[in-house]
Design a protein around this ligand. Structure first.
Ligand code: ADP
Ligand code: ZN
Ligand code: ZN
Length: 785
């Protein structure tokens, strides 16, 4: 047999493939297989991209593949094409994109033989929850970690347990003897249980009528197609809502589509978009017994709510393990297990954050991107990709439907729908009987002041009164303030000193519970000084307000209210966000204060008042996307009010009550707002009417960063495609210095995506040849400029 060569991608910034001899007698080499190879003096894990009978590399330079991962099926050609596209479009190396997209276990050869080994798990029993971790010796740190992980998650993978404690297996066995945990071992690829009925279309109050079925030919009516499983399909269908006409139309459109079918599901908050996703997915999964679906949500905190809704809906229909989550909060072992479940086809629904868009899903048949406008879909480091855009690309590649849902679609998607490239589906009303959109009122802060009306710590009189009324009625209020910490900074009135970060060109934020000044850009921390470090004045005071300060103020402004704060600080500990949100749902909270974390997607049933503080800050940003973002945020947070029958009210405190954004908000007029924004963008030649890319440079000095960018701009003149590209002047970033590194950027844009792409490809080698900065990176379709 003649020698074969594997062309391998490695996690390496150069966009090159490396040739290796593939030993005879091993499993047939195939693109998509993982291999261990020598690289320089070390070893590296790579991905076979091509197999060839020839190599250009001289024989004495060629080395052998050391090991191939034979335990797990190779990644598919479609998946390789996805990472190739992403690498090419976002200007990175193939290996740099492909390998980080895989769970750690796949990049760790010692774990290869057991990738698909049975899953061994320990589940906490009530006796264990009582006893652990108090029963442990105080000094046994590793043991405590193990116990805490178990108590937090309720169960633990043996592999994850071993990572926490070397003797985890023995310990867990002893806990099992004590009756604290139970052991479970599941064959990895265990055959899915026989399927019951997928409750696609039946409405609770009209279970026998067939005219409500989604498809005209009955192909999605559960009873019509489930005959084969009828014998064991004794499961009662889950009680379902009767779909509104608009929901029904949307579901039908999705289910009846064929080939690549992008939908923009524009539904006001609380209009039942989730229900539309569920029905459409159910229909699709039932029609194709192997079909898989990918559902993306913008935030990790939204996964539990979705997971619960999906598990309930598909309980008894899809086997255990058919719904998996994928996000950065999973333990390594879990992440690998979920990824492999998707890769082997065992998982039918993958629910995840942006990183899940890269999951290997061999039978992917439908994609949902919920809250598609959310900036969190954009990765801000490494491969700077848009998960929403990649989702659409994947749908096109596979010729399947993709549903982009939002109450406030991104202008990019809105414009696609305007042009007829995406099919627009509209849900204009709230779904639940009695639920209507909240009334939005503006509180004019200037007028409050002129009339001498009382306010307290930034909370206006009308807002305080409204919260008190809610408290009396046993309803909940939500106060939204997009700024965490106690106060944005600390200042001295006597000399004008303001607490700044020694490493960044930014103020440090006062955190009162932690008694610290903290830089939100680099993490630098110090104790709160007792007096002004410049002049010794002891009367230094916090300037401005953050969530902690509002939390404190609420305790005196609304006596007797149980106040809960949810922001990145209060939810730092793993699993704590979940616990806090449960308290809100359980009615153990009267007033919830929070940042954008509370604004998104949550279905709070008893919130009838939303108060918005300090939104004005965003009105005067130099970023052309600021108003789009502010409007979306305000619509989202307003959408938390009055979802379930209670009439909702939104009070926005502002100094600019006549601003167009607030007017559109008060009328719930996304369409009017979006159309005026589209017009402005068109007139000003801004995205989506041009395509942009950013070159960012980081230097020891600002001069160095700017000089690099000037040379980079000069290099454009040698690139033919760049004649259709315009380069702006290089400018310092708003926060120019972070961690003593100075940052600047150069924006380039073109009317032609192809010309921009060609320019970027030709530009890269020139950029690599330039020196003088610490780092640089390219971002395609940047969101923050
Ligand atoms: P969105 O995602 O559009 O904000 P949700 O999907 O969270 O809205 O739905 C809001 C609420 O309406 C949920 O409590 C949901 O159970 C309920 N709901 C959805 N569809 C219907 C329907 N057809 N009839 C009654 N209630 C519904
Ligand atoms: Zn001073
Ligand atoms: Zn700093």
């Amino acid at each position: 047999m003649s020698t074969r060569f594997a062309r391998v991608a490695l996690d390496h910034p150069l966009d090159a493939l490396y040739d290796y001899r593939y030993p005879d007698g091993w499993p047939e080499p195939r693109p998509g297989m993982l291999v261990r190879v020598p690289f320089g003096r070390r070893e590296s894990v790579g991905l076979i991209v091509e197999v060839s009978a020839h190599s250009e590399v001289p024989a004495n330079k060629l080395r052998d593949v050391i090991e191939v991962c034979a335990s797990c099926p190779p990644l598919s050609e479609k998946w390789l094409a996805l990472v190739e596209f992403a690498a090419d479009y976002y200007q990175r190396g193939l290996g740099e994109v492909a390998l980080p997209a895989l769970p750690q276990a796949l990049r760790d050869p010692p774990r290869w033989p057991r990738l698909l080994a049975p899953e061994e798990r320990y589940r906490l029993l009530p006796a264990g929850r009582e006893a652990l971790p108090e029963a442990l010796p105080a000094r046994a740190a590793a043991l405590r970690r193990l116990a805490e992980a178990l108590v937090t998650a309720g169960e633990l993978d043996l592999a994850d347990a071993r990572a926490l404690h070397p003797k985890a297996a023995a310990t867990l066995e002893s806990w099992r003897d004590a009756g604290w945990v139970e052991y479970e071992c599941v064959e990895f690829g265990a055959a899915p249980r026989a399927s019951g009925q997928i409750p696609t279309v039946k409405n609770t109050d009209d279970a026998d009528s067939a005219d409500l079925s989604v498809g005209t030919n009955g192909n999605v009516d559960a009873r019509a197609t489930n005959g084969a499983n009828g014998a064991n399909g004794a499961k009662e269908p889950v009680a379902l809502h009767r779909l509104s006409d608009e929901q029904q139309t949307a579901v039908e459109a999705i289910v009846e589509s064929s080939g690549f079918a992008p939908f923009l599901l524009h539904g006001v908050t609380g209009s039942g978009k989730t229900e539309v996703y569920l029905r459409a997915l159910a229909a699709r999964l039932e029609r194709e017994p192997e079909a898989q679906a990918l559902v993306l949500v913008p935030e990790i905190n939204l996964t539990p709510q979705f997971e619960a809704a999906f598990r309930t809906r598909f309980a008894g229909v899809l086997p255990d393990g058919a719904i998996v989550t994928m996000h950065s909060g999973l333990a390594e072992g879990e992440r690998a297990r979920h990824w492999l479940a998707a890769h082997t086809g065992r998982a039918r629904i993958v629910l995840g954050t942006r990183l899940a868009v890269m999951a290997s899903l061999p039978h992917l048949a439908m994609i949902v991107v919920d809250e598609e406008h959310d900036p969190a879909y954009k990765q801000q480091e490494g491969l700077r990709y848009s998960a929403r855009d990649l989702a659409v690309w994947r749908a096109k590649q596979l010729a399947i439907p993709v549903v982009l849902g939002s109450a406030t679609p991104s202008l990019e998607s809105w414009w696609q729908a305007d042009q007829g490239r995406y099919t627009r589906l509209t849900l204009s009303r709230r779904a639940m009987a009695d639920a209507v959109l909240p009334t939005v009122k503006l509180i004019d802060l200037e007028e409050e002041r002129r009339r001498g009306r009382a306010s307290f710590e930034g909370l206006s009189g009308p807002l305080i009164a409204a919260m008190k009324a809610r408290l009396e009625r046993g309803e909940q209020s939500l106060i939204f303030l997009n700024r965490r910490g106690y106060a944005p900074t600390l200042a001295c009135d006597a000399c004008g000193w303001v607490a700044g970060c020694p490493r960044c060109s930014a103020y440090v934020v006062l955190h009162k519970p932690e008694r610290a000044l903290r830089c939100h850009h680099c993490g630098w921390e110090s104790r709160i000084p007792h007096s002004c470090p410049e002049c010794g004045n002891v009367d230094i005071a916090p300037m401005g307000r953050g969530t902690q300060r509002i939390e404190e103020a609420l305790a005196s402004a609304v006596p007797g209210a149980r106040v809960l704060r949810i922001d990145a600080d209060s939810t730092r500990r793993k699993g704590s966000a979940q616990a806090l949100f449960s308290d809100v749902h359980a009615g153990e909270v009267d007033i919830l204060v929070g940042t954008q974390m509370v604004a998104k997607g949550h279905d709070f049933q008893r919130v009838s008042l939303v108060g918005v503080l300090n939104a004005d800050n965003a009105l005067f940003s130099h970023d052309f996307r600021a108003s789009e973002r502010l409007f979306a945020q305000l619509m989202q947070v307003s959408g938390r009010a009055g979802r379930a029958g209670l009439p909702g009210e939104v009070l926005v405190q502002t100094r600019y009550p006549r601003h167009a954004i607030y007017h559109a908000l008060a009328r719930h007029d996304y369409v009017g707002f979006a159309n005026s924004q589209v017009k402005e963008r068109r007139d000003a030649h801004l995205p989506p009417f041009v395509y942009q890319a950013l070159l960012r440079a980081e230097g020891r000095t600002l001069e160095a960063a700017l000089a690099f960018l000037a040379e980079a701009a000069a290099a454009l003149t040698a690139i033919p495609a760049a004649s259709r590209v315009m380069a702006y002047d290089a400018v310092p970033l708003t926060i120019v210095k972070v961690m003593n590194v100075h940052r600047a950027q150069l924006l380039i844009e073109s009317q032609s995506r192809a010309a921009l792409q060609a320019t970027l490809h030709a530009w890269q080698p020139a950029l690599r040849a330039l020196r003088g900065v610490l780092r640089w990176n390219l971002e395609v379709d940047p969101l923050d400029i």
